[in-house]
Design a protein around this ligand. Structure first.
Ligand code: TYD
Length: 140
């Protein structure tokens, strides 16, 4: 089994930008601009002030989070270390390897978070209990 990645591996990815006075364009290609094949795309929007999203880890699914509009803070936690990254640019994505606990907080009004995911939705892939996550990381 490969080593589990930690918060230091939750890196910002920079996507290509085609600058144009008529408006910029950014694109994302799987396995080139994100380190996995994209199986699913979803987005969070109409998030009310003060809301907390996330609050879970994925056993296998890897994700990249992108602020398509507005901004929000992503707190990542690998069971021993935490860090916080504010996303506000649509040409930057935050890579979240498997087994990273994440919380999304402090959404600005009108913000939209797009998520590129390496797997289809599967509730069995979620760890939603923080003590279960800590125990799994301690055992790993
Ligand atoms: P969840 O992943 O817990 O949201 P967040 O991490 O943004 O707080 O998902 C919330 C609900 O939406 C949950 O009932 C599962 C459902 N859902 C799907 O049906 N398909 C999906 O692709 C996702 C991400 C969630």
């Amino acid at each position: 089994m490969p080593r589990l990645l930690g918060v230091e591996d939750c890196k910002l990815l920079e996507f290509p930008v085609v600058h144009d006075p008529q408006g910029n364009l950014t694109f994302v290609e799987q396995k080139r601009h994100v380190p996995f094949g994209i199986a699913r795309v979803y987005h969070l929007y109409d998030v009310p002030g003060g809301a907390v999203r996330g609050g879970h880890a994925h056993r296998e699914c890897e994700e990249v989070l992108v602020a398509m509009a507005g901004s929000f803070e992503v707190v990542v936690d690998d069971g021993s270390e935490k860090k916080s990254v504010r996303l506000s640019r649509s040409h930057l994505g935050l890579y979240l390897p498997r087994m990273i606990w994440r919380e999304l907080v402090d959404f600005s009004s009108g913000s939209v978070c797009m998520v590129l995911a390496s797997a289809f939705y599967d509730e069995a892939d979620y760890i939603r209990d923080y003590s279960e996550f800590q125990a799994a990381m301690a055992a790993a």
